[in-house]
Design a protein around this ligand. Structure first.
Ligand code: SF4
Length: 382
């Protein structure tokens, strides 16, 4: 008898393990064999566990870190399908059937001094991404009109630079935001990098900015593996300045950058603590010439499962599937909404093209969802 089976036999004789569990334990190896019957009873099977946590979230409760970890560690296909269905129910309850659509314009491209390893626009990466300085008002208004025609509610002005300080560049950016806000076409949003002071955030708010995107990108522990020219804490502080200014915050990250499943859960709980409004979930599309060009893309079911677990952790937030959905989800793109997403980007990305907007709108309507978001940030049930 092997040492493992000997230990199991001792437990069975002491009546800690009934016969059926004894057979299962003896076949399963040391980890299972040495667990007591009481421990096994405390851990319900996945279906019972999923049912209990989804009921709690639907009733307005929260899930805790270890529960989220158990959800994201699911590997059985049928378990993952059930997880998506439960996340879909949570989306329906807290967000209704309206899908929030946003567009972006790459308003200043390339030559960024930061060294983000995933980014085609970093000067540190040898990519073929375009380079140009801040675009004029005409280009911004054209993009806003196009975004509106695609049923996007917002146009985010995105720039490839470290961040914004007081000075002529901030003046120019604020004038552009005012121009979009005054046009009445779409909501004026922006993604302009690190904000170094409350004054800068307050200036942006005064210009008519509604929502600002600034991602955490990944978990705190993993952040130094993706960028060394600025810190995770600078990103968190930027979010705090924005919130203090009364600006809505769009803050999420990129998945598939070598992070663990635990890292993904850590980021979700960090976002929950920061109480951000929109959580963009980008999935790495490895760009040739970046240090991450050889990373293997996440499998579609892993992506859908991650979206679903984010819906469990952040039931009332807009969860937006953004960059990388076309290349990574392929024909499974419609399932992102059935996994709990309530928003997506429409049109092109910063350096890559997106799916034809008409196809996206058709996909949303074919699912029985409504692309006419009503402008409410929270559909939270009492
Ligand atoms: S700060 Fe933004 S634009 Fe610059 S390298 Fe990082 S992700 Fe790219």
């Amino acid at each position: 008898m092997s040492p493992n089976n000997f230990a199991v036999e001792q437990l069975r004789r002491a009546q800690y393990l009934p016969r059926a569990l004894f057979v299962k334990a003896a076949c399963a190896g040391p980890a299972l064999a040495l667990r007591s019957r009481a421990e096994m009873e405390m851990e319900p099977d996945f279906q019972s566990f999923l049912s209990a946590v989804s009921r709690r979230v639907l009733d307005g409760g929260d899930i805790v870190f270890d529960e989220a970890l158990r959800l994201i560690e699911a590997t059985d296909a049928a378990d993952i399908h059930d997880l998506l269905a439960r996340a879909n129910r949570i989306r329906e309850k807290f967000k209704g059937n309206r899908i929030h659509l946003c567009s972006i314009i790459n308003a200043k491209a390339g030559a960024c001094p930061e060294d983000c390893k995933f980014c085609a626009q970093s000067a540190a990466n040898a990519t073929e991404s375009p380079r140009y300085s801040f675009v004029d008002g005409e280009a911004l208004l054209k993009a806003a009109t196009e975004a509106r025609a695609n049923k996007a509610q917002a146009l985010s002005v995105v720039t490839a630079w470290r961040g914004l300080k007081e000075g002529p560049v901030l003046d120019e950016v604020c004038a552009s935001i005012e121009q979009i806000a005054r046009s009445g076409t779409v909501r004026a949003d922006a993604s302009l990098g690190i904000i170094p002071s409350q004054d800068v955030a307050d200036r942006l708010k005064a210009s008519g900015l509604v929502c600002y995107n600034h991602n955490l990108e990944t978990a705190r522990d993993h952040f130094p593996n993706i960028c060394t020219t600025h810190t995770y804490d600078e990103r968190v502080q930027t979010v705090r300045y924005l919130k203090n200014a009364g600006i809505r915050v769009c803050c999420g990250g990129i998945f598939g950058m070598g992070e663990t499943r635990r890292h993904r859960i850590e980021m979700a709980f960090a976002l929950k603590e920061l109480d951000v409004d929109i959580v963009p979930m980008n999935f790495l599309n490895p760009i040739p010439g970046t240090p991450f060009e050889h990373l293997k893309p996440l499998p579609p079911m892993e992506i859908l499962k991650t979206i679903a677990v984010y819906r469990f952790i952040l039931p009332r937030k807009e969860i937006m599937v953004a960059g990388g959905r076309e290349v990574n989800l392929r024909d499974l793109q419609p399932l992102m909404f059935l996994a709990g997403a309530s928003a997506t980007m429409i049109g092109n990305y910063l350096t890559t093209t997106g799916q034809d907007p008409k196809k996206d709108l058709q996909m949303i309507e074919d699912l029985g969802l409504d692309p006419n978001w009503d402008g409410h940030w929270s559909h939270a049930a009492p």
